[in-house]
Write a protein that binds this ligand. Structure first.
Ligand SMILES: NC(=O)c1ccc[n+]([C@@H]2O[C@H](COP(=O)([O-])OP(=O)(O)OC[C@H]3O[C@@H](n4cnc5c(N)ncnc54)[C@H](OP(=O)(O)O)[C@@H]3O)[C@@H](O)[C@H]2O)c1
Length: 270
């Protein structure tokens, strides 16, 4: 086993190569976490829903670097609503490399839900990825994480606590529930499994082709509001995720990675 694996592995009882699953990791921040973990010697499971082609390309790229080190699992996280589908998803995960050491909850939906327009679909979609699936997946994977003395890392948001994002009430509520999940599970899963979170500020802008895209003036306004005077990067989130994976005495902690933005912000718009 090379030194990089030893440097970053969780307290792995059988000394095999540690395995990390990142939900929604074909692109953007999830892909950055996968690549960073892979470069530290991890076997990685890339989960995706609609971005199967991107997930396959990423897995090919990583398998070219190290053969049989990356696998792809395709699933709508709505599988958590169906016992048999959830069981089959868990089986797939475990069959990939025979174990799971790190579970990263990264998949998310993000869009506004102004008061007056909120409906059950928005509630279900935003709560599914940002709160319900993280909890039910954590519960289902707990026995396997325990076996490895593994850990969970959740991707949260600076708007999940104290500073609501205007017009995003349902998203804010779902991420706040997810934040509380981190703290509750840290208590319930200790001492075998640690549970932590990373709260990004603006670390990658919405895709320019998406309906959430923002124009140049809005981008400049965001940059002006950030003490570090720039948008963050997906790699800066990945760095904190990997720190938490290695930090054997840290549980229930949420690291803010926002260039100081939450210090200057009292709620409000992007
Ligand atoms: N971007 C930021 O600066 C920022 C700021 C604050 C917090 N965060 C948090 O950091 C994390 C990553 O951010 P991001 O902007 O990279 O995320 P993103 O691109 O908005 O979403 C990540 C992935 O979630 C997956 N997903 C959505 N609905 C799904 C479903 N029903 N089933 C399965 N997968 C589903 C999608 O996978 P497919 O493409 O395969 O469908 C998508 O690629 C998120 O949790 C986000 O809330 C990000």
């Amino acid at each position: 086993m090379n030194q990089k694996i030893n440097a970053c592995q969780t307290e792995n009882t059988n000394n095999q190569t540690p395995v990390m699953l990142v939900t929604g990791s074909a692109r953007r921040i999830g892909a950055a976490i996968v690549k960073a973990a892979h470069s530290q010697g991890y076997h990685v499971i890339i989960h995706c829903h609609r971005s199967e082609q991107d997930a396959d390309n990423l897995a090919d790229q990583l398998n070219d670097i190290r053969a049989n080190s990356a696998k792809v699992i395709v699933a709508d996280l709505a599988i958590v609503n169906d016992g048999a589908a959830l069981e089959s998803f868990i089986e797939h995960i475990l069959k990939s490399f025979g174990q799971l050491d790190v579970l990263v909850h990264n998949a998310s939906r993000f869009y506004p839900s102004p008061l007056g327009s909120i409906d059950r679909t928005q509630w279900d979609e935003l709560f599914l990825t940002n709160a319900k699936a993280p909890l039910l997946l954590s519960q289902a994977l707990l026995p396997y994480l325990k076996r490895q003395q593994g850990c969970i890392v959740s991707l949260l948001d600076i708007h999940a606590h104290d500073r609501p994002f205007s017009n995003y009430t349902v998203y804010n509520m779902a991420k706040a529930a997810h934040r509380m999940m981190v703290q509750s599970l840290a208590l319930e899963m200790a001492p075998e499994v640690r549970v932590n979170g990373v709260a990004p500020g603006v670390n990658i802008l919405p895709d320019p082709t998406s309906d959430q895209a923002i124009d140049e003036t809005q981008q400049l306004d965001i940059i002006r509001s950030i003490p570090m005077q720039r948008i963050g990067t997906p790699n800066e989130i990945a760095h904190s995720v990997l720190y938490l994976v290695q930090a054997q005495y840290v549980t229930g902690e949420i690291i803010t990675v926002d260039g100081g933005r939450s210090l200057t912000m009292a709620g409000g718009h992007l």
